[in-house]
Design a protein around this ligand. Sequence first.
Ligand SMILES: Cc1cc2nc3c(=O)[nH]c(=O)nc-3n(C[C@H](O)[C@H](O)[C@H](O)COP(=O)(O)OP(=O)(O)OC[C@H]3O[C@@H](n4cnc5c(N)ncnc54)[C@H](O)[C@@H]3O)c2cc1C
Length: 415
Amino acid sequence: MQAIVIGGGIIGLSSALYLQQSGWQVTVIDKDGLLNNCSYGNAGYICPSHFIPLATPGIIRQGLKWMWNPQSPFYIQPRASWPLIDWGWKFMRSATPEKVRAAAIPLRDIALFSQRCYMDWQGIAGFDMAYEHKGLLEYFQTPEKEEHAHHTCQQANDLGLDAVVLSREEVQAMEPQTKLAINGALYFKCDAHVYPNKVMGSLIRHLKALGVQFRTHEEVTGFEKNNGRISGVKTNRAMYSPDIIVLASGSWSRELAAGAGLKIPIMPGRGYSITLENSSNKLNYPAVLMEGRVAITPMDGNKIRFGGTMEITATNQPPRMGRVKGIIDAVKRYLPDYHIPMPQEKEVWFGFRPCSADGMPYIGRSKSVTNLVVATGHAMVGMSLGAGTGKLVAEIANELKPSVDLMPFLPERFQ
Ligand SMILES: Cc1cc2nc3c(=O)[nH]c(=O)nc-3n(C[C@H](O)[C@H](O)[C@H](O)COP(=O)(O)OP(=O)(O)OC[C@H]3O[C@@H](n4cnc5c(N)ncnc54)[C@H](O)[C@@H]3O)c2cc1C
């Protein structure tokens, strides 16, 4: 049985792994060279702590306030675009306290499941991910964020997640070599992190060894349909007739899904990161700057990565260096002794998070196109949910009972 996976990011590659392992002959098609996509330069958090989806009432209020600030961490590029208006409308309708509450259990369950899958990968010979289970500190500086931290900690504990609020002194004792300008932190002991570039490299090597075929620099341009099934996958080079197709094309999934007759609202949410090697800046634990909305990850021994910004924009826009400066300035406010040199434009990594309209990924078999499995829209948690999503895709393709309830993730929920 032949499977085509469209997209070689973490979601596509994890899907390819579990499909090939369960007996499918898999071909991964990617329009680029598999050397860079959103799955490389991210912060690497494998984080059950992220049980609050992107679409919250708070983010809309904050986004409107930040609209005209070129260094702000959240920005929507205003433009006359029907997909953007449609996505924005659905996003606002999803950003209610009830929907945010309802998302918590499904997001926790899929994240814990995915974390277990990553732990399984550690057992694969030669598979190096620089996986570390140290937890995640969320630093706060203001009384508002401190209150928010206590509230989130209570929610996490109610969900059975190991989290605790620490005082400034307690955090400082965990980071003795770094001066911290904070009031305390929310410590999620349940979280882990990886070095994403190593995860991707290990996956590609392992998939090749398993016999997965790769077609790189080949773009899927459309589909031929027959009797509610895809009978042909068209690319700029060839036509394929697989038994099953996995749509894992990240921020480009909306257009591709539309070609198969599915409405999957997705907007690219650009983020930037800077990675320093052998830097004198040291941290023992990954950290999120709550007010600054920056993620800092010490990874792979001698590296430290600073990432942030959510810029709802088109994928062909040049990077906005003001936002990179915004990340660097935010770090300085929390870690006053840190020095991050302002990088040249060509040194800045950026990637497009596939943002669904309600902050929940789209995972499931299409109702209207029976041999199409959708796995996209993971927004800020694609790395975290990557391994688990791949296993779920294989369970769906093999018509097995999925390991987590897929109802909240139905791909055609906005149809
Ligand atoms: C700054 C930053 C920090 C982040 N930190 C974290 C974190 O700590 N933890 C976490 O869980 N997530 C994090 N994320 C989010 C995470 O990186 C994404 O959710 C994840 O990488 C999405 O994976 P993907 O496979 O869906 O998409 P991608 O990695 O973008 O892969 C999609 C692939 O599809 C290919 N493609 C698209 N269209 C076609 C086509 N027509 N034909 C063929 N190929 C096609 C593309 O070339 C691309 O290679 C972060 C993101 C950013 C930007």
